[in-house]
Design a protein around this ligand. Structure first.
Ligand code: KMH
Ligand code: ZN
Length: 312
């Protein structure tokens, strides 16, 4: 198993995502002002990377519209040093084109790149409320039972080709062991270039389960396929968020938290903000003897192009 070359742990914070809906938590940001404020607070708390989606300001439904991203990205870019990482996963109701539009326009230092097609279901959340704040929420959640998250080899190659021209690098989201092999394929083809930033995702219905054994399996497989050519991070959905990210850190990995991945701060207790989750994982990491990576540490570790080279 590869040994960590640094004691510093990169915290990514995924601010709002496209799974959760406003009724599920009052803390989930969806107006541009709230997304910007929670991003800045998360960065101040220790997040070196901000993973960002946009939402319609009126009702919190996910959107890929670059004009909506434009309502919060400039403020985040101006007021903090964190790496801006834009989603290309978008949401279940977006086309591949819509998912890519914001990344193409803003040419961020990093964008997400989902490494395989899969079922991606969260319809279990439908029983969380009987009194929905906005009309779209319930149907959106229920329909995920039939959602196929499309990321074909051709789609993935296209993202590499288009975003590669801008020097954007990738948060390779791997929801199962097979996705590591898909990434190895693109490394062989020369489209993926080291150091690979691998975000292993645990606990999505449709992907690998959130079991500690699976974290070890994912790590071992990545070691075998990529050796020293990758930097590893873990996110885990819902209640698995803190335990599995802590496990990953103990194994030389980095961590992702945020309300995109879990709305909770403890058993049955909703988080008040993204920053609260960042502060919690930071406390855990520091107690374990790790240091928290700054944005410039992250840029160096991941060979990013730098904040001056984005079009925000
Ligand atoms: N919500 C995460 C499990 C993306 O934005 O590209 C997956 C995600 C996808 O972050
Ligand atoms: Zn995302």
């Amino acid at each position: 198993m590869a040994r960590p070359t640094t004691n510093k742990v990169i915290i990514t914070c995924a601010i709002t995502g496209a799974i959760h809906t406003p009724t599920l938590s009052a803390a989930l940001p969806y107006t541009p002002g709230d997304i910007a404020q929670q991003s800045l607070d998360a960065a101040r708390a220790g997040a070196a990377i901000l993973h960002l989606h946009a939402r319609n300001p009126a009702d919190g439904s996910p959107t890929g519209d670059p004009d909506v991203f434009a309502q919060f990205l400039p403020q985040i870019h101006a007021e903090c040093d964190a790496v801006i990482n834009l989603t290309t996963g978008g949401s279940p109701d977006m086309t591949v084109e819509q998912r890519l539009a914001a990344a193409l326009r803003f040419q961020p230092e990093m964008c997400s790149l989902n490494m395989g097609s899969m079922n991606f279901a969260f319809h279990g959340l439908a029983s969380a409320s009987s009194d929905w704040k906005f009309p779209w929420e319930r149907r959106y959640i229920e329909d995920s039972e039939a959602f196929i998250f499309r990321n074909t080899f051709r789609d993935i190659a296209r993202v590499y080709r288009l975003m590669g021209d801008f020097g954007t690098r990738y948060e390779h989201e791997c929801y199962d062991i097979g996705h590591l092999y898909n990434l190895a394929h693109f490394l062989d083809k020369g489209l993926a270039k080291p150091p690979l930033w691998i975000q292993s995702v645990f606990g999505i219905l449709g992907g690998i389960g959130a079991d500690p054994d699976n974290v070890v399996f994912m790590r071992r497989t990545a070691d075998r396929l990529f050796g020293k050519d990758y930097v590893w991070s873990v996110l885990a959905a819902g209640r698995h968020q803190m335990p599995l990210t802590s496990q990953a850190a103990m194994m030389g990995g980095h961590v992702r938290v945020g309300l995109e991945d879990s709305l909770f701060i403890g058993r049955g207790k909703l988080a008040g903000s993204n920053a609260e989750q960042v502060l919690k994982i930071r406390r855990i990491l520091e107690e374990l003897g790790f240091e928290i990576a700054s944005p410039s540490d992250a840029r160096q570790l991941l060979s990013l192009k730098g904040r001056q080279a984005v079009k925000i």
